[in-house]
Design a protein around this ligand. Structure first.
Ligand code: FE2
Ligand code: FE2
Length: 345
């Protein structure tokens, strides 16, 4: 029998831990976020109907929402049943990343609880820890119904590991609350638009409401801390943010090194790996660009980059680095603010 230690992946962390004996509340906004977090705790047992059937043979999202893969010439030529099988596996692969990412969020939120320097921040981070525990729970339970779990992609794992072991709470909040949760917010929102599954819709609505608070916390709390930093420390934080954004962008390219989970999706769907990547190369050579469907939220453009700019995590020096890598520094905050204040919050 395997023990828990044999299946665990253990990291060492140089994390700062901070006691705070001044039990004062000096941020009304943080206090409001904490109150909201307590009020909106939901319970997967009481508030979701797990008897709703999920048909594993039917795609849980439409293929338009899958994105670039469906535009690869070889995929466009597949017969309908094989195409549906591919979509079902891609959706399960995506949901598995949600599940593993939520476990990462659970641990970063716990790390914030012990590392942030003020009392109110600790209380808020504790509510986020509980939120993330519920998110891990609901995705794990939903995925059990699909009976398909894919491993965590190496790029997402690396990004969250770098965040967890960054040592400083500001970097943890940037890596998780602003960058990974920006990606999560966009992915959950886009999945909600694209799934006909009633149970998954209900799960996503609950999770999205919590996530919009998490992103709002990043903006509120990190902004103040960066504003008070020595310029050298601010550059160090901006370099960290750039590193994470750059890793994430590289991983999302269609010609990125293949993730073993994705290769297994191809195998499960009866698609030959070599033929698939040859077809991707042809498409890339043709210069075709993948545009996000109009009604979808783009994680970099609408959420991450405007959030990083707003808190001062994109310095002048960092702008040069983004420019050199061809990453636009988007600054329009309208969608971000809509998420923070709008329908899900
Ligand atoms: Fe979450
Ligand atoms: Fe979260």
């Amino acid at each position: 029998m395997t023990t828990r230690w044999e299946t665990a992946d253990v990291l060492q962390s140089p994390m700062e831990i901070c006691w705070q004996f001044a039990y004062e509340i000096d941020s009304d906004k943080l206090k409001a976020l904490y109150s909201k977090a307590k009020k909106y705790q939901w319970d997967a047992d009481a508030d979701l109907d797990w008897s709703l059937a999920v048909d594993p043979s039917r795609p849980i999202m439409d293929d338009e929402a899958i994105g670039g893969v469906m535009r690869v010439p070889l995929v466009t030529r597949l017969a309908a049943p094989q195409r549906e099988r591919l979509v079902a596996h891609l959706a399960a692969h995506r949901l598995s990343q949600f599940l593993h990412g939520e476990q990462g969020a659970l641990m970063t939120a716990a790390a914030l609880t012990h590392a942030v320097p003020d009392y109110q921040g600790k209380l808020y981070a504790a509510t986020q820890t509980m939120d993330e525990a519920r998110h891990v729970e609901v995705y794990a339970r939903y995925i059990q119904k699909l009976a398909l779990v894919y491993p965590m992609g190496p790029a997402l794992k690396r990004i969250i590991d770098l965040t967890l072991t960054a040592g400083q709470w500001v970097k943890i909040a940037i890596g998780m609350n602003m960058i990974v949760e920006g990606l999560a917010l966009a992915s959950f929102h886009n999945m909600l638009q694209a799934t006909p599954c009633a149970l998954l819709r209900k799960i996503l609505q609950g999770v999205l409401r919590d996530e919009s608070r998490h992103v709002a916390f990043g903006a509120l709390y990190v902004g103040e801390a960066i504003g008070a930093m020595h310029p050298d420390d601010r550059e160090d934080v901006a370099d960290f943010a750039f590193q994470i954004v750059d890793l994430m962008r590289r991983a999302r390219r269609l010609d990125a090194p293949p993730d073993p989970g994705f290769l297994s999706v191809l195998d499960q769907s009866g698609i030959d790996r070599t033929d698939f990547f040859r077809s991707v190369a042809e498409l890339s050579a043709s210069g075709e660009r993948f545009e996000q469907p109009r009604d979808q939220v783009h994680p970099f453009k609408h959420l991450m980059m405007p959030a990083l700019v707003r808190v001062g995590a994109v310095t002048e020096r960092a702008r040069e680095r983004y420019k050199a890598e061809g990453i636009p520094v988007w600054e329009d905050r309208r969608t971000l603010e809509q998420f923070e204040q709008g329908e899900y919050s």
